[in-house]
Write a protein that binds this ligand. Sequence first.
Ligand code: 6GU
Length: 250
Amino acid sequence: MTSPFPMRFDIFTLFPEVFQPYLVVSILARARRQGAVEVQVHNIRDWTTDRHHVVDDEPYGGGGGMVMKPEPIFAAVEGVLGRPPRAPVILLTPQGRPFTQAVARELARLPHIALLCGRYEGVDERVRQHLVTDEISIGDYVLTGGELAALVVLDAVTRLLPGVLGDPDAPAKDSHAAGLLEHPHYTRPPVFRGWEVPEVLRSGDHGRIARWRREQSLRRTWERRPDLLAQADLTPEERALIARWQTKER
Ligand code: 6GU
């Protein structure tokens, strides 16, 4: 089932054209058609009032680089969302709080959010202080602008909205959903270049399959992302299993 109202995203950017190609394919396109999500992309430059539509300027104090001016950003966000804005205004910035599956779930509960994409060296600090209500980073690396990060947030949140994925349990099975990486997947053919699909997956024994998948999921997380295990929801038996791997390793 889909909710009667779409979750609404208003995206504020200097490069609106980068969003369209992603909005028209796959899950995002279907979610929009279903009415699960509504996405409006706004060009901040459209809210400039000067002849040359200037959106950036040199930083006070010098040091090079350019800073996004506050006036067009306030005009755009307040023009669309009201004053004060009627939705959370999230700035995409490498200084924001880390984006995780838990943050995606938190945002998916909201009816409406605005995503503000920074460019150049950053936005005037008064935008952060007096307009922005939350700041998100998608990882510890530097992008040219917040546009890719906004698409990441939009994608991760949209697929959690009711009715967007065919299988209502799908989000619960994803990597990171339970704080663990997912188990390996196989499809036909059963043998490809001599490489076989594990026998257990063809056994039809759903109990065995579920246990195998859980162990693979634990094993992968232990090998690749041991940092996740501290927070993961594990049984005492599972903790013991990992402790045995730990001792065997040495
Ligand atoms: Cl949200 N923006 C930019 N410019 N760079 C980033 C980022 C965001 N998250 C990680 N790197």
